[in-house]
Design a protein around this ligand. Sequence first.
Ligand code: NAD
Ligand code: MN
Length: 498
Amino acid sequence: MLDNTHADWKSLAAGLSFRDQAFIDGKFIDAVSGKTFDSINPATGAVLTPVAECDEEDVNRAVSAGRVAFEDGRWSRMAPGDRKAVMLNLADLIRENLEEMALLDSLDMGKLVTDAATIDAPGSAHFFQWYAEAIDKVYDEVAPTGPGDLALVSRVPLGVVGAVTPWNFPLDMATWKAAAALAAGNSVVLKPAEQSPLSALRLAELAAEAGVPDGVFNVVPGFGVTAGRALGLHMDVDCLAFTGSTAIGKMFMQYSGQSNLKQVWPETGGKSPNLVFADCEDLDAAADMAAFGIFFNQGEVCSANSRLYVERSIKDAFVEKLIARAQAMQPGDPLDPASKMGAIVDEKQTQGIMRFVDEGKNTANLVTGGERVTVDGKGCFVQPTIFDDVPHDNPLARDEIFGPVLSVIPFDTEEQAVTMANDSIYGLAASVWTDNLSRACRVSDKLMAGTVSVNTVDALSAMTPFGGMKQSGFGRDLSLHSLEKYTALKTTWIKYKA
Ligand code: NAD
Ligand code: MN
C-alpha cells in the first residue's frame, strides 16, 4: 500500500503498463481490422496507449466465444459453490490490485485518483463479492399444484449478455453489469466507453486469473456506432444491459426490434432535483452534501443533484454557503491527493459543458465559477459553477449538462417544490432536506424518482436497486433484483403417480 502522496501516484502511473487489445475467449488479441484508437488522458492531453478498435467482426467472435462457453456449461452449469469461489477470487484480486485499478480510471477519464482508490475500485471488489455470496443463497419456487403434479418455477441464465457502459465510472459500471450477469451464469460481452476502456480490459484479465473460464467474460473496446451497434443488433445476444445517455438507450430499444427481440435494460440520463426546506436543522450538512451532490466526479454522475430547489426564506444564506464550498473545490491534478476535483473526460464533453455555461451567463445569474481552466497549462478542466435564480424553463434547469454546473431555483411552497421537481423528462434520483418527518415522507412519496434520499444525497448500496423512472430508463442495477434482468423464468411441470 502506498502512502497516498502525489509523488507516489505519479511514479506508480509512470510505471504502469496497459492492456491494449480486445479480450476474447480468454486471450488478448488485436482487432480483426488491425485498427486502433487512442486512449487519452484528459488531464494532460497525452495519449496513454493505442487500443484495439473492435468492429462487427470482433463482436461476432466475442459473441460466439460466449455462446460456445454457455452451451457447454463450463460456467453456466458450474456448481453454484464453485462459481461463487471464482467470483470471490476476483473480488480479492481487485483488492490486491487496487491502486492499479484506481489509476487506470483516473488516467483514462480524469477522476481524482483518491476517489477511484476509496470509492470506485473498492466498490467493484465489494459488488463482485456481494453477487458471489448471493449465488448459493437464492432459491427458486415450487407452484402449489397439488398431488400428482410438481411444477418448478426456476430462474435460468439467458445465455450471452451484451453490456455497453459509459465513461463516468468505468470500472464500476462494468462491474454492476458483469457481476450480476456472471453470478446468474451467463456469458458476457462488454463494450466499455471509448473514452475509458483500460480498466475493463484489466478486469477481464483478473477475471481469467480468478478462474472465470475462457469465453465467459469478453471485452471488445471500440466505438458506439460500430462495436456498440453490432452488439445491439446481434442475432445471438440474448440481453443487452446499457448505461449511458437517453438518446442511445432509445437506439438500443430499436436495435432489439430490428434484430432478435433481445431484452434491453436501459439505465440512462438524469437531471436530479435536491429540495432544501427551511425546516432543515443542519443547513451546513445540507450545503456540504448539495456541493458534493453536484461537484463529485466533476458533476459527471448520472444521478448528480443538478437542480437545487431552496425555500425562498433561506435561499440567499444557503447559496452563500454553497459558493464557499464551490470555491474550495477548484480542479487540480487528478493524481494529487490534495486536489478537490479532477478533469472532464475529454475535449468534446468540456466544450459541451462550456456551451451551457456561456449561454447561461446571458439568461441566469452566475454566482461562482463559469470558466474553463488548465492545470499546469494543460487539460480539460471546468470550475465548479453555480447559477442562481435560474428560470425553471431554462436549459440549465432542464437539460442534462453532465458537468460541475448547479442551477439554484427558489420555491415558496412544498407543493410548488414538488411540482417543479417532477417537471422533467427524467426520474433517476431526488433528495429532500427537512427535519419534519411527515414532510419527508409526504414529499418522498410524491417524487417520481428511482431513488429518493432524505437528509443525504445519492444514497446507494449493493443492497438496494439503482435505476430510474420516465426517460431515465427502467433497468435496475444492484440488489438481488438485478439478477432478474439476467435470467428467465422457466416452468418445469412433472406428472407423477400420487
Ligand atoms: P453515451 O450514451 O454516449 O455512451 C454510452 C455507451 O454507448 C458508450 O459505450 C458508447 O460507446 C455507446 N454508444 C454510443 N453511441 C452508440 C450507438 N449509436 N450505438 C450503440 N452504442 C453506442 O453516454 P456517455 O456520454 O458515455 O455517458 C454519459 C451518459 O450516461 C449520461 O447521460 C449519464 O446520465 C448516463 N449515465 C447513466 C447512469 C445510470 O445508471 N442511469 C450511470 C452513468 C451514466
Ligand atoms: Mn481517456
